[in-house]
Write a protein that binds this ligand. Structure first.
Ligand SMILES: *Cc1c(COP(=O)(O)O)cnc(C)c1O
Length: 435
């Protein structure tokens, strides 16, 4: 596989962009080698600057639910852009996108923002403003964007780079952040027993996908999200479900569609922007009324709800029908079975976990049957993933370049595309076995 142009660009990029990338996980640091510079994409395929074609299992880390360059999304974007791209004044499209989100989820109102990070940052301010309390509780390995107070024991790129917090995040900021292991009910109860009247909110990924996919556990019929909502409310705290990754991806509604737990506040991003910068946070009309200009909690944005991103998200959501989700679910079922089969045939110990169609593969020790938390996830054999990743890449399959990330499918991953992935698996599984 020819990669000389990517290599050249990566060298130039490192001169003018820190580490050569604008988001750390893109740099391939966890897997080694040269990141591929992408020239274009169509449906389930990426094409790099050297002319190589890949089946894409990253899908821009989630947004491209309908596949790349969907013709109806593109024409909506072109039509809208021709009428002007940002006004700093309200538009009808914003009302339509908000209504679409409200129609799919338990929130009654949403505020549109530009990134998932902005959504989680703003929702924390709102929760603190409403409760008059300072502390927040989060889970190890859950990633909520690069918000200072949430960049403690965070997953995603931070997991890959082993940055537990980050220089530049002050001690004062993190002092108000309590971290528990995911799925650890006793730890949450202990935290509330000690700090109950100071905790503004519990924030969690609705189903964590940034330390690999770790679904909420069910104990005595109660899902972990339901447990969190119950314990938070018993102490006058708010339960915030971060659905930036899962929202409108794991089901028409998101994780809410799978477990039915109604949070106090929610965050959305990724799919709802259709490949453009758009995100949102929302809740009941009562809670959201605390936000300026209706209420006192300040939040604003020059480009928030800009027509181009808004119409891309709106068109994507309108095209994301039950049939689309059924197709992605079926593709996910098939792919998980094939990956498990290939790894088993090659004698590679592994655990595959999923939330709806979102899944990831943990290269665990022999005998491990479940990965309930970050501590367990970190115990996996990243060198086996690395070998697996490069063997897949060499055969034209582009996996997330980290063992701690979910694999993403789109509605365009059809039978022929799946077959191409499946044909690459035995070689990659043998590479993992040899690593
Ligand atoms: C991606 C992600 C974010 C951050 O979103 P950005 O748009 O990258 O800022 C927040 N929370 C979760 C769960 C995410 O997966």
């Amino acid at each position: 596989m020819q990669t000389s142009r990517s290599l050249e660009l990566f060298e130039s990029a490192q001169q003018v962009i820190p580490g050569g990338v604008n988001s750390p996980v893109r740099a391939f640091q966890a897997v080694g080698g040269t990141p591929r510079f992408i020239a274009r994409a169509k449906g389930p395929h990426l094409f790099d600057v050297d002319g190589n074609e890949y089946v894409d299992l990253v899908c821009s880390w989630g947004p491209m639910l309908l596949g790349h360059a969907h013709p109806e999304v593109l024409s909506a974007v072109a039509r809208t852009a021709a009428d002007g791209t940002s006004f700093g004044a309200p538009t009808e499209l914003e009302v339509q996108l908000a209504a679409e989100i409200v129609g799919r989820t338990p929130v009654e109102q949403v505020r549109l923002v530009n990134s998932g990070t902005e959504a989680t940052m703003s929702v924390l301010r709102l929760a603190r403003g409403i409760t008059g309390r300072d502390k927040i509780l989060k889970f190890a390995g859950c990633y909520h964007g690069h918000v200072d107070s949430l960049l403690v024991a965070a997953g995603s790129g931070a997991a890959t780079l082993a940055i537990p917090g980050s220089p530049g995040v002050t001690v004062a900021t993190t002092e108000d952040t309590i971290v528990c292991e995911y799925n650890d009910r006793a730890a949450v109860e202990a935290a509330f027993a000690e700090h109950g009247d100071a905790i503004a909110c519990v924030i969690t990924e609705a189903a964590p996908g940034n330390m690999g996919v770790i679904p909420p556990s069910v104990v005595d019929g109660e899902n972990f999200n339901a447990f969190l909502a119950r314990v938070a409310r018993a102490h006058g705290a708010l339960f915030i479900s971060d659905e930036v990754m899962t929202g409108f991806r794991v089901s028409r509604q998101g994780q809410f569609g799978l477990d039915g737990v109604v949070p106090d506040l929610m965050t959305f991003g990724k799919v709802m922007g259709g490949g453009f910068p758009a995100a949102a946070f929302g809740g009941s009309a009562e809670l959201m009324s605390h936000l300026a200009p209706a209420g006192a909690v300040y939040q604003a944005g020059t480009l928030s709800g800009n027509p181009v991103a808004t119409v891309a998200g709106l068109t994507t959501l309108r095209l994301a029908t039950d049939e689309v989700y059924a197709r992605i679910d079926a593709a996910s079922d098939r792919l998980r079975a094939e990956v498990a089969g290939a790894l088993t045939d090659a004698g590679v110990a592994h655990v595959i976990q999923r939330s709806g169609n979102l899944f990831s593969v943990f290269f665990t020790d022999e005998g491990v049957t479940t990965v309930p938390d970050y501590a367990t996830a970190k115990g996996q054999h990243v060198e086996r993933f690395r070998a697996f990743f490069h063997a897949m890449l060499d055969q034209g399959v582009y996996l997330p370049p980290s063992a701690f990330e979910a694999w993403f499918l789109s509605a365009t991953h059809d039978e022929a595309v799946l077959t191409r992935i499946v044909e690459a698996l035995p070689t990659a599984a043998r590479a993992a076995a040899a690593a």
